[in-house]
Design a protein around this ligand. Sequence first.
Ligand code: CP3
Length: 345
Amino acid sequence: MATEYNFLKACWGQPVDRVPVWLMRQAGRYLPQYREVRSRGEGTFLDLCKDPERAAEVTIQPIDILNADAAILFSDILTPIEPMGMALDFTPGPVFADPIRTQADVDKLIVPEDMAQAVSYVPAIIKRLRTAFEGRVPLIGFGGAPFTLACYMVEGKGSKDFAALKQMMYGDPALYHALMEKITEMDRRYLNMQIEAGAQAIQIFDTWGGLVAPHDFEKFVLPYTKKLIAGLNRKDVPVIYFVKNSGTMLELVKEAGSDVVGLDWHINLGKARDILGDDIAVQGNLDPTVLYAPKPYIEKEVQRILDENAGRPGFIFNLGHGILPSVPPENAIFMVDAVHRLSQK
Ligand code: CP3
């Protein structure tokens, strides 16, 4: 795949002149410029997601401020659940007023035929961004993995162990599977719509996929991500699959069929690459709390991760999870510059 972007080259395992870097959750509250846009008007976080002009503005901010090598669409993994018929609020964590618990709840869920119409603000933001970037950086679209979406839909909110979801999964697997089929089909349409609108890569966030044991991952999580990825009109659009806490089951994560595997910081990057093999790219994996450290420490950690990669192609530098809201922006700026500086050929 011929491309000028280091980020896309790295996704395809091609050589680059310096390692590309972006940060999960790079648009967000740690940036005063984001907080300024967010507080403009009376709007909520969801209102911001639905306002193409402001959403595009906050997507661009980390490109200007951090010099990141890729932009990620500003939205949330849960916004496409609203048109499935579930009222959604952020306080600031996501809350569904009526979580899914019964067969009747699953039956009621809508799988919109036309996601471009159901969440029309998403293609509007993507189109606006592609015009704004004019070849400057590639745009990543994203969605939640079916399992992580189910966690919130069944629990109704964030949780440490998602007991309601686990009760359904173990106690009524037929109901669980019926729910997962619907979510996966919505997700497939949603991500294909983003590709159609102009997303140049897709990241699938499985924040809670590492909550289960490997044999349960194989049974309850993997089949749906696999089906989702197989159903994408990928053409030349690489897919990144990030499963937090999956360092002990990377062989299974690879089976999902993505082009890139996202890594958290609980496994050494070199070891992860040895397990995954050289036919798949990786993204990660700096501990997000290292951005609280003094700059020389941040630089040492960047160098350590570059050393673990040992010059192998197919590497995108990132944090091992989202940037934390109280991180000093200057440390994030320093980190991005360190990756560029220390990896420059
Ligand atoms: O810059 C980017 O990465 C793009 C924007 C983005 C957001 N959420 C914006 C957001 C992305 C990619 C997400 C993904 C997301 N959302 C995930 C997967 C990644 C991860 O972090 O694990 C999950 C699990 C969610 C669900 C969610 N949304 C939670 C748990 C929360 C509350 C926690 C928090 O950070 O406050 C949100 C709200 C949210 N999503 C905010 C932002 C900027 C904060 C809302 C605000 O500005 O008030």
